[in-house]
Design a protein around this ligand. Structure first.
Ligand code: ATP
Ligand code: MG
Length: 301
């Protein structure tokens, strides 16, 4: 099973759109895919399956079991009960509920809450081939759970100046988690909401190419109004607009992710990287902050 977390502490950069698109494309290939919505705002859940009154539904079940001490004795089927089907075959959802927002306070001072998601995913066993986690735009218990569970992190970054500052913050967070977990967390930075007619987008992309060359997905996801239409229709973008421009970029990314996962490359050792998008010298600031790169995700020249 491969697990990817889609995260960025900056809001509105395309995390949920990216998570749903990638999860849908994986499912389209017949891979049993679980999308875990970790954002208390539940955007991905409302998008895919609508609202739910039970505050304890979905992901909250796993955290509640940890809170009331029953997690260790729960059978695997109880973990699986948090997952529901969506309109798309092979795509399941572990939904978020607003109750997740209070988790930080409820879990305060208690140990073991950083790995609730890791345990839940392990207990799901072979039910899924792939897991995609849609993170909230805040650094807290939920994001820490996602980063602990993920083999690889996907970071959507809006191609505008302020978003690049957010990326630097996210990179520092990842380094902190890497140190505490004593492992490298490979990442791919995905430029999003790209508008080639604007100077701001072009400059931001240029800076990304300079500073994050080794981990940058080379094709920016363009602004594509069909993505918003898809959200309104409650359909994953690949179902709503299979030939769309943005969907095309996500499709090529998914092919690469699958190729890398199958080659076991996401577990490759950290290394200074050279790929066809730019060479990052070992020891450079970019190399230090972007260990485990596209090369680890299977990029080839
Ligand atoms: N490539 C795109 N083209 C056009 N609109 C897009 C694109 N990507 C995302 N959007 C739209 O931008 C808005 C924000 O996207 P999204 O919800 O995916 O961001 P997010 O990072 O998950 O936000 P939050 O931090 O609030 O969770 C949504 O309305 C979405 O439909
Ligand atoms: Mg979101």
């Amino acid at each position: 099973m491969s697990t990817w977390a889609v995260c960025n502490q900056k809001g509105g950069v395309g995390k949920t759109t990216t998570a749903i698109s990638i999860a849908s494309l994986l499912a389209e290939k017949g891979r049993k895919t679980l999308l875990i919505d970790l954002d208390p705002h539940a955007s991905a859940s409302v998008y895919l399956v609508g609202r739910e009154d039970d505050a304890n539904a979905g992901v909250m079940r796993w955290f509640s079991a940890e809170l009331d001490g029953s997690a260790a004795s729960l059978p695997a089927a109880a973990f699986a009960a948090a997952c529901e089907e969506t309109k798309q075959p092979d795509l399941s959802l572990a939904r978020a509920t607003p109750a997740l927002a209070a988790l930080e306070r409820r879990a305060a001072g208690r140990e073991g809450f950083g790995r609730v998601l890791t345990t839940a995913i392990a207990r799901l066993g072979a039910r899924f081939d792939d897991v995609i986690i849609d993170c909230p735009p805040t650094l807290g218990l939920l994001m820490i759970n996602a980063l602990a569970a993920a083999q690889q992190v996907l970071i959507p970054v809006q191609t505008e100046h302020l978003a690049l500052e957010g990326l630097a913050r996210m990179s520092r967070t990842l380094e902190m988690v890497e140190r505490s977990q004593r492992r490298a967390i490979p990442r791919i930075v995905i430029p999003t909401l790209f508008d080639r007619r604007t100077r701001a987008s072009l400059l931001a992309l240029e800076r990304l190419r300079e500073e994050y060359a080794s981990v940058l997905w080379p094709e920016p996801v363009p602004i594509d109004t069909r993505l918003r239409d898809a959200a309104r229709a409650g359909l994953p973008p690949p179902l709503y607009d299979p030939a769309g421009r943005a969907v095309g970029v996500y499709r090529r990314l998914v092919d690469r992710l699958i190729g890398a996962a199958e080659a076991g490359a996401t577990e490759a050792a950290p290394q200074p990287t050279a790929d066809r998008y730019g060479i990052v010298a070992a020891g450079s600031p970019a190399a230090a902050s972007t260990r485990c790169s596209l090369a680890a995700a299977g990029a080839r020249s």
